[in-house]
Design a binder for this molecule. Structure first.
Ligand SMILES: Cc1ncc(COP(=O)(O)O)c(C=O)c1O
Length: 432
């Protein structure tokens, strides 16, 4: 069995730790317990590569020259392949014309028009950089439009790192930051009704992803009738229904995940896949919220870069032309079937939850250690061991987060991943 080692990654990490706390920024930093709602992430300890040299299509190569089939897709942005020629060329052509200038480029309007044509029934778009910019703006718009303070979120949902989105008591936040954030369990319509009756006339918005894709635990689909009940309740009570489609956006439907699940939000937040790795996010809304979004003050020096707009337009074109969302759902279904069958052959019970294009994997032969021992058990247990073995043979998966497939994953990727899974399960069975 061919396994990977990471001497250059480790040397770089030691160097990085001296100058960059956590050795990186963003979601791939080494996070001490206390961040991310009190669990510690350490990819290096978990046997993962740390720094990449290059990426193309569905694969990346780390600084040690190891090749990986990538099932994390940059945590979502990689949707049609890394280093995609037509997308990168569209961005480069816009960069060469100026990218950030004292006034905006028309390509921004073109993207708004394209998005509103595809993702309905919205009538305006506002652009920013990260998903968290869009979700925070949605909160401000909802509060201003309704004149109410409270926001309801689903337990375990992630909307970004602005103070109100963090778990109460998170380092660096004040108790007042989260005082107006109420929590309800996923699929719990009765709980939501109860919250609404306890805080009648005070709730500005209900925030949710289209289905429940928390980290660490199995993902959950909406129960039959869930979304129509939530939508009805929000309409009746004047609560702005905000769909956080930052992660799932374009992996269920090119027309927004509400189309796939059959409901209509008032605001939708998009990011990640939208720019295919070029930094851009969007908030789209209905006419009723046009005045509010025009009035709340949100801006950023780089919000109007022309390159990412051009990249996003081309990404949408490529997704539309190649029926990207359905392709990803089909590839994810095949991946899941292969992995589950391979697990079974070796006596393992692999549970796969969530959208096929964003599968959350868990070996269920033993209880999820995060639930029995707490979040510090994140990188321990049978499941983490299996994932580590997959990574060490060149199939890059996450042991704590949902994974992603892209429209660039090929037959060859799936069949090589199947071979890797066979070896990894055989090794796990031997070691039991
Ligand atoms: C559902 C969801 N909402 C919002 C965000 C925040 O997006 P960003 O990290 O681009 O700010 C994320 C990021 O993972 C996400 O998954």
């Amino acid at each position: 069995m061919q396994t990977r080692s990471y001497p250059k990654s480790e040397a770089l990490m030691a160097r990085a730790r001296k100058v960059i706390p956590g050795a990186s920024v963003g979601v791939v930093r080494v996070a001490p317990a206390g961040m991310y709602g009190h669990y510690a992430l350490d990819y290096a300890a978990a046997g993962y590569p740390r720094y990449f040299e290059r990426a193309a299509g569905s694969r990346f190569w780390d600084v040690d020259g190891n090749e990986f089939i990538d099932y994390m897709c940059a945590f979502g942005p990689m949707v049609v392949g890394y280093a995609h020629d037509s997308i990168d060329n569209a961005a480069i052509a816009a960069f060469r014309k100026g990218n950030t200038v004292s006034i905006a480029a028309p390509v921004m309007i073109e993207l708004a028009e394209k998005l509103l044509e595809l993702v309905q029934p919205f009538t305006w778009a506002f652009f920013s950089k990260n998903g968290g910019d869009a979700t925070n703006q949605a909160c401000m718009v909802a509060r201003f439009a309704t004149g109410r303070r409270k926001i309801v979120v689903v337990n375990g949902c992630y909307h970004g790192t602005v103070q109100w989105m963090q778990a109460p008591g998170s380092p660096g936040t004040l108790d007042t930051d989260t005082a107006d954030v109420l929590h309800v369990d996923w699929n719990d319509v009765d709980g939501l009704e109860q919250l609404v009756s306890e805080h009648r006339g005070q709730i500005a918005a209900f925030f949710s992803s289209p289905y429940h894709h928390p980290v660490l635990v199995d993902n959950e689909m909406p129960a039959p009738g869930y979304w129509s009940k939530v939508e009805k309740l929000c309409r009746k009570e004047g609560i702005v229904l905000v769909l956080d489609d930052v992660r799932a956006g374009f992996r269920a439907s090119l027309h927004g995940s509400h189309r796939y699940f059959g409901f209509t939000p008032d605001l939708i937040c998009l990011g990640k896949a939208l720019g295919s790795g070029h930094p851009i996010s969007a908030l789209l809304g209905t006419d009723a919220l046009r005045d509010a979004v025009s009035t709340v003050f949100v801006t950023g020096t780089h919000y109007y870069n022309s390159g990412p707009f051009a990249a996003a337009i081309e990404t949408l074109r490529v997704l539309q032309e190649g029926d990207g969302a359905n392709r990803m759902l089909a590839i994810g279904t095949r991946l899941a079937q292969g992995l589950v069958a391979s697990a079974k052959r070796h006596g393992f019970d692999l549970r796969i939850t969530g959208l096929p294009s964003m599968p959350f994997l868990r070996l269920a032969n033993e209880p999820n250690p995060v639930l029995t021992e707490g979040p510090q058990a994140l990188h321990t247990g049978l499941h983490a061991k299996w994932i580590r073995s997959m990574v060490q043979q060149g199939a890059y998966f996450s042991d704590f987060h949902n994974n992603f497939v892209s429209a660039a994953h090929t037959e060859e990727d799936l069949s090589r991943t199947g071979e890797i899974a066979e070896e990894a399960f055989a090794k796990l069975a031997r070691e039991q």
